[in-house]
Design a protein around this ligand. Structure first.
Ligand code: PGA
Length: 249
């Protein structure tokens, strides 16, 4: 069986001191060695968090990166820089970046390829809006994002990509998808991956669920056949909540 992956996206939260405090508390409270854990602190706290994670099994990830190695891109962070911080993962295409920073599927595709070239595992976020769900276009939206973000990868490249299904209406709203709603979309994502990369590759891709995950709903979500992990936002900012989610997984 695949090891589950629990990811904590801290977004634009935590000063350096707060981040160190949180990571130290997580190191003490996380006791489940059967799942993989990765945290995504803000860039300003990354160096400190990285050194506090030395010798711990908790992995480090970046919330974003540019696809170029270096250059005149004021305010951006490159794959070489996050590699330097010992990042194993990078979040790509989070809906907040798509909507608030106009990231297109084309840019996301470039970021995924660049991450793979640098041996950083991209976690590609996809999800439908409230309107798309209400008008019965969830699958269409999901398939469009998948084909345009990863459609031209090779099978070997796909082995290092993680998908996170995050329905937009569930992010930061307290309204999570029910385990059945989530499983239906996860199974569909697996179907599209089969069409694109064949059965074997598709079966091995980790598909995480994200959107208002908390200790109270995490376990049931993880019991679904095609849900291989979780991408946690707000609940990852609190050591007790995040540790509960990981320890019960
Ligand atoms: P949330 O965020 O858990 O606060 O809904 C999830 C995410 O944006 O990844």
């Amino acid at each position: 069986m695949m090891r589950k992956l629990i990811a904590g996206n801290w977004k634009m939260h935590k000063t350096r001191k707060e981040a160190i405090d949180l990571v130290n508390r997580l190191k003490i409270s996380i006791k489940n060695e059967n799942v993989d854990v990765v945290i995504f602190p803000p860039f300003t706290a990354m160096s400190a968090v990285s050194s506090f994670l030395d010798g711990s099994s908790i992995m480090l990830g970046a919330q974003n990166m540019h696809y170029e190695d270096d250059g005149a891109f004021t305010g951006e962070i490159s794959p070489l820089m996050i590699k330097d911080m010992k990042c194993t993962y990078v979040l790509v295409g989070h809906s907040e970046r798509r909507i608030k920073f106009n990231e297109s599927n084309e840019i996301i595709n470039k970021k995924i390829k660049s991450a793979l070239e640098h041996i950083i595992k991209p976690i590609l976020c996809i999800g439908e809006s409230q309107e798309e769900r209400a008008s019965g276009r969830t699958k269409e939206a999901i398939e469009h994002q998948l084909r345009n973000c990863i459609g031209d990868l090779t099978k070997t490249e796909m082995q290092s990509v993680v998908i996170a299904y995050e329905p937009l209406w569930a992010i930061g709203t307290g309204l999570n998808a029910t385990p059945q709603q989530a499983e239906e979309v996860h199974a569909f994502i697996r179907e599209v991956l089969k069409q694109l990369f064949g059965e074997k590759t598709a079966d091995d891709v980790l598909i995480l669920y994200g959107g208002s995950v908390k200790p109270a709903n995490a376990k049931e979500l993880l019991m679904q056949k095609d849900i291989n992990g979780l991408l946690v936002g707000s609940a990852s900012l609190d050591a007790d909540s995040f540790a509960k989610i990981v320890n019960n997984a």
